[in-house]
Design a protein around this ligand. Sequence first.
Ligand SMILES: [Zn+2]
Length: 376
Amino acid sequence: MRKIYVFDTTLRDGEQSPGVNLNTREKVEIAHQLERLGIDRMEAGFPAASPGDLAAVNAVANAVKNVTVIGLSRSREQDIDAVKEALKGAQDPCIHVFLATSPIHRQHKLRMDKAQVLDTARSAIRYAKKTFSKIEFSLEDAGRTEYDFLVEMVNMAVEEGAAVVNIPDTVGYLSPYEYGNIFKHLKENVHGIEKVQLSAHCHNDLGMATANTLAAILNGADQIEGTINGIGERAGNTAIEEIAMALETRQEFFQAKTSLQLSEIARTSRLVSRLTGMVVPGNKAIVGANAFAHESGIHQDGMLKEKTTYEIMTPESIGLKESKLVLGKHSGRHAFRERLIDLGYELEEEALNRAFAQFKDLADKKKKLLMKICLP
Ligand SMILES: [Zn+2]
């Protein structure tokens, strides 16, 4: 089983969610829980962004022990110096240097040609190398970059000794087939590609972040980047819990695994939601309140007979106690009777029929009230 390294950026890309601002204490609290979750690498922030961010990265670097702590940096010496300052005291520090490579970014944002982009990135990696033994280099907007220029840039990063090369779909533009193909192309065309780990970093603008990340894994990515609950810029990043559970549930297909402590997923999700103020939608995969809830009578009957009829993973596997059978107008007699037994009532057949008819009547009118009564 191939190991997939998990690079968590809840504290950096996740914190870039509009309206989210974590203070140092909150970042450290999340960092401790991420360590319990068993992520391999943690991007704690962007030290050059503000003195507060630098201080928070420093606090995280000193708080966690069993995880690589990473600071983000543009391809500029002052940014690299800020990361150096912030990661003083980290047990296993790593710098994440990036530069945009796509024609749109080269022309409109950087105003650089290909040769200038290549030189700027090379100088930045060389400068970072003086301080850091571990460097990740990211080709920002790699998803919209020409294949030949991607190969040129990754060749350079390999030559300069980067440990990880990240290929982000920064704007969430690609489909799984296209994103997977980039990894395949790099594996086949970059000289010495086996010396670096390739990393996938996806955004969810078209709802394809998880699918794209899984496509990258199938095409040779060694590391995945994402956030808890999928928070992040615009429509968010790849949700780490979705990747971990997809690999766990479909082991035979993916033949790859993360080292996450899966039973810490629910707790981590709740903590991140509480501290960021970003509510998890009820129907969110894995961690939504309804992810293990069943209301339809047919489904409830199946669940009571054999859980695998309607559940492909167990709530216990992510650290929840049990599945929920929600009583509402779609529910059936079987679940209704089980709930009455739970509440201490065992009714005769005829009384049960009467009670069930009344329950359906009420459920039609007052769905919310019923859910509250039945699910204390
Ligand atoms: Zn991003």
